[in-house]
Design a protein around this ligand. Structure first.
Ligand code: AMP
Length: 403
């Protein structure tokens, strides 16, 4: 029997997928990582890499009917490497939960009451919260004795003042339907803002950071002394920056206009704005690598999509500079932020008066480590800080159960 279990299984359950990582918090190492995709289809796919044993990635395609079958398959893969869910070394299972509303401001040990509250939030997170609940219920059935922790994507943003969190609409209507700005990607914004402070050799309470999480979904946040004071996503992840397939900000009247003049239903407009807009709507591609390749080949549509993407990003940098008053660092993270040097260069181009600049040589360096890309002695640090949401979920879950 292990006296102090140190392993945490992190589960990120989507509507048809489960991503997982097993970490050992004794040394923050990753023991196994994997993904089950296309759950419920004939061609479900499981990819599992046992990092602890140095074994090769194992992939299999077989029908996996539901989340329960998916987690059982994951448990079998882990057991094959001696890392089974029945291991006494497992301290907790940490679940990424997308929407925690106003109530969940911290990682929370899951009880029936917690699940009921996540259920009550389904109207504001219809795609995500049901999948998260299924993941929780299934994991509970597999290991009823083990603490399960919910780590909410919204929690880091619950420190936003009302001036940033409220929409300027009728207060009674807003409150009756829980309409306010919640923000998402909170685990990433929390982790990256803290790692940026560490890169500067400071405590998070001493620095103001603008975090730009630019992945397929994208969001910006203004973090003052370690606390979020504004973020670009709102009631749902649709608001804010131009994303891979989401429009980000637009005049809400566009929706009435489409309903009245294009005869589109609410569901069609929802799908247009969430799935067929952003970069893919503008140029047909949502992968920044492909967009850059097309720009290099002289493609004007791709070039305009890039300009629109960067223009929005720059507006948010300026807005959050004003919100914070004083900025110590701007940190780029996630797939685009970590890899696309041209996006970083274009986003801060012309902002020298604000103390912001990118050193071309530093910006071109590719590395997995947090790094500065601003020139020596710059007034504001510009940094690339790789995000690690799974490590953050594991860290928060472990802190809670080992306290
Ligand atoms: P994420 O959602 O954080 O996994 O980011 C995924 C996105 O990152 C992809 O859709 C690409 O647009 C972008 N991306 C990933 N790798 C690169 C790269 N090497 N260069 C430019 N963009 C990249």
């Amino acid at each position: 029997m292990t006296a102090n279990p140190t392993r945490v299984l992190v589960l990120n359950s989507g509507s048809s997928s489960v991503k997982y990582q097993l970490l050992d918090m004794a040394d923050r190492s990753r023991l196994a990582v994997g993904l089950v995709e296309r759950i419920g289809e004939e061609t479900s796919r499981l990819a599992h890499t046992p990092l602890a044993t140095g074994g090769a990635k194992r992939e299999r395609e077989e029908p996996i009917a539901d989340h329960e079958a998916a987690l059982q398959a994951v448990a079998r893969e882990l057991a094959a490497d001696g890392l089974g869910l029945d291991s006494p070394e497992l301290a907790a299972i940490g679940h990424r939960v997308v929407h925690g509303g106003k109530k969940f401001t911290e990682p929370t040990v899951i009880t029936d009451e917690v699940v009921a509250e996540i259920e009550r939030l389904i109207p504001v997170a219809p795609l995500h919260n049901p999948a998260n609940i299924t993941g929780i219920r299934t994991a509970q059935a597999l290991r009823p004795d083990l603490p399960q922790v919910a780590v909410f994507d919204t929690a880091f943003h619950t420190t936003m003042p009302e001036s940033a969190a409220r929409y300027a609409i009728d207060v009674e209507t807003a409150d009756a339907h829980r309409i306010r700005r919640y923000g998402f990607h909170g685990t990433s914004h929390a982790y990256v803002s803290r790692e940026t402070a560490r890169l500067l050799g400071k405590d998070p309470s001493e620095v103001n950071v603008i975090v730009l999480h630019l992945g397929n979904g994208a969001s910006a946040s203004a973090v003052r002394g370690g606390r979020c004071v504004d973020t670009s996503m709102g009631l749902t992840p649709l608001e804010g920056l131009v994303m891979g397939t989401r429009s980000g900000d637009l005049d809400p009247a566009v929706i009435f206009h489409l309903a009245r003049n294009a005869g589109m239903s609410v569901d069609e407009i929802d799908s247009l704005l969430n799935k067929k807009s952003g970069l893919i709507g503008l140029c047909g591609d949502n992968d920044m690598r492909e967009i850059r390749r097309r720009i290099d080949a002289g493609d004007e549509k791709a070039a305009l999509a890039f300009e629109i993407y960067v223009h929005r990003l720059k507006k948010y940098i300026g807005a959050y500079y004003a919100v914070l008053g004083k900025v110590d660092a701007v940190a780029f993270t996630a797939g685009v932020g970590e890899n696309a040097a041209p996006v970083r260069e274009a986003a801060v181009a012309g902002l020298e008066e604000l103390g912001l600049a990118v050193d071309a040589g530093r910006n071109a360096v590719r590395a997995d480590e947090p790094r500065l890309i601003s020139p020596e002695h710059a007034r504001v640090a510009v940094a690339v800080v790789p995000t690690d949401e799974e490590l953050e979920i594991a860290t928060q879950s472990y802190a809670l159960v080992s306290a």
